[in-house]
Design a protein around this ligand. Structure first.
Ligand code: GDP
Ligand code: MG
Length: 452
């Protein structure tokens, strides 16, 4: 997969102390191949590689990151850029109902998405209604009704018993054509005060004039606030021509990538935003209604790079730590020489970054530690700080000397119980061990030196 290849390419850089222009060229060649193999469109690949090269060659030596990490950081930032930078939120109408129309090929995942989106909107306090405008495929209406029932939302549709193309349903809708159903669905939503209407439409197996004409007709009739182009992430190079055809034939305001749970090579995600200029807004990752989320460019980039959110961590750390101090601390962590003084400094820096649990959640494999620390509240951190401040510099530098009588003195001095001091000291030794192990896994500067 793209992720495996990129990870491999970048891993090869890890041992290097300095990167020559030749190293960067070779790396870029590999990245280029990986992207092309993942079906990223050629113009997108060209532009991407050009940016990486210029930035990697011009990069200044940075105290906190080794050259390989620096390339990873650049690749990551450019990936995020290509994926759209920031998540774009849904645009709601000033006067409800907000109309969201789904468009895309047959099998892309529109009907499934209708249910997912409805459930997601409902959880946020909206009152969505689904409108079944796919009258093409037998069973499409029933499928939407099943999905709507699972999501716990109303579905406006021709009655299942009536033959498509005629007859009336229980709401008095004549199922003459999808445009009529769409219009009546919106009117119904307005009357009953649903605040969002999601219009499911028909797709074809391939791009087709009749399909485009029908979708455009529905669009004109319902004047949607959003047209979401639903794209199967697994269709490879065809993603580009399909997106292009829908952009011309119907026009869309956002993209939803589906089937990202599959063996998706990531190419679609990387091409579609860049080529259509429209943001990817949601991602679908399975058949169940819960397998759905807002699309996060940074997360997708990390996923493609296969590195958890380590990069976000590096970035935040950079903002807060002075680079040199960070390097010194990293090498102390790597070699297990961290002192309580460093611990205190780190804690102060970490507190500036935000809730400690969030930060830990970004580390790969830190799930357990995160759980353990999820309950550590800010008051407790204050207490820890007070205890460390109650220690002499010698004690902070060499915590091993903190014996029973010293613990009693520290407890009295900082207004806590001896058991609190015991707990802190124990925890410190444990944390130091864990951080040293983790630094080794992450290839931090100090740890690297140690491993050799
Ligand atoms: P439509 O023709 O565009 O309405 O597509 P459907 O919603 O009927 O989906 C087509 C098939 O893809 C169904 O079997 C869905 O269960 C499946 N599907 C939809 N979204 C996803 C997804 O994100 N992941 C996986 N694995 N399957 C999906
Ligand atoms: Mg459908």
């Amino acid at each position: 997969s793209l992720s495996d290849r990129l990870t491999g390419v970048l891993k090869d850089l890890r041992g290097k102390g300095r990167l020559s222009d030749a190293d960067i060229d070779a790396t870029c060649r590999e990245i280029r191949l990986a992207l092309l193999e993942a079906d990223v469109a050629l113009p997108v690949v060209r532009e991407f590689i050009k940016k990486i090269k210029v930035r990697a060659k011009g990069a200044e030596v940075h105290g906190a990151l080794n050259p390989a990490q620096q390339v990873v950081k650049i690749v990551n930032e450019e990936l995020v850029g290509i994926l759209g930078g920031e998540t774009r939120r849904l645009q709601f109408a000033k006067t409800p109902p907000t109309v969201i129309m789904l468009a895309g090929l047959q099998g892309a995942g529109k009907t499934t998405l209708a249910g997912k989106l409805a459930k997601w909107l409902k959880a946020q306090g909206h009152t969505p209604m689904l409108v079944a405008c796919d009258l093409q495929r037998p069973g499409a209406v029933t499928q939407l009704q099943v999905v709507g029932e699972r999501a716990g939302v109303t579905v406006f549709a021709p009655h299942p018993g009536t033959s498509i193309g005629g007859g009336e349903n229980e709401l008095g809708v004549t199922a003459a054509d999808p445009i009529a159903v769409a219009e009546q669905g919106i009117a119904e939503a307005r009357n009953k005060q649903y605040d969002v209407v999601i219009v499911d439409t028909a797709g074809r197996l391939g791009i087709d004039q009749e399909l485009m004409a029908q979708a455009a007709g529905i669009r004109d009739a319902v004047q949607p606030d959003e047209v979401l182009f639903v794209l199967d992430a697994m269709i490879g190079q065809d993603a580009v021509s399909t997106a292009e055809a829908f952009r011309e034939g119907v026009g869309f305001t956002g993209v939803v990538l589906t089937k990202l749970d599959g063996d998706a090579r990531g190419g679609a995600a990387l091409s579609v935003r860049e080529l259509t200029g429209q943001p990817i807004m949601f991602a679908s990752t399975g058949e169940k209604l819960e397998d759905f989320d807002v699309f996060h460019p940074e997360r997708m980039a990390s996923r493609i790079l296969g590195m958890g959110d380590v990069l976000t961590l590096i970035e935040q750390a950079e903002q807060v730590f002075d680079a040199q101090q960070a390097e010194a601390t990293a090498s102390k962590i790597g070699s297990g020489e961290l002192t309580l003084e460093d611990f205190l400094e780190q804690m102060m820096a970490v507190r500036k970054m935000g809730p400690i649990a969030n930060l830990l959640g970004m580390l790969p494999g830190a799930g357990q530690m995160k759980d353990a620390l999820a309950n550590v509240d800010e008051k407790q951190l204050d207490r820890i700080q007070a205890i460390i401040r109650g220690m002499t510099p010698e004690e902070r530098a060499n915590p091993k000397i903190i014996n029973g009588s010293r613990r009693l003195r520290i407890a009295n001095g900082s207004g806590v119980k001896v058991s609190d001091v015991n707990q802190l000291v124990d925890r410190f030794f444990e944390a130091r061990k864990m951080m040293t192990a983790m630094a080794g896994q992450m290839g931090m500067p100090g740890a690297r030196k140690n491993q050799r």
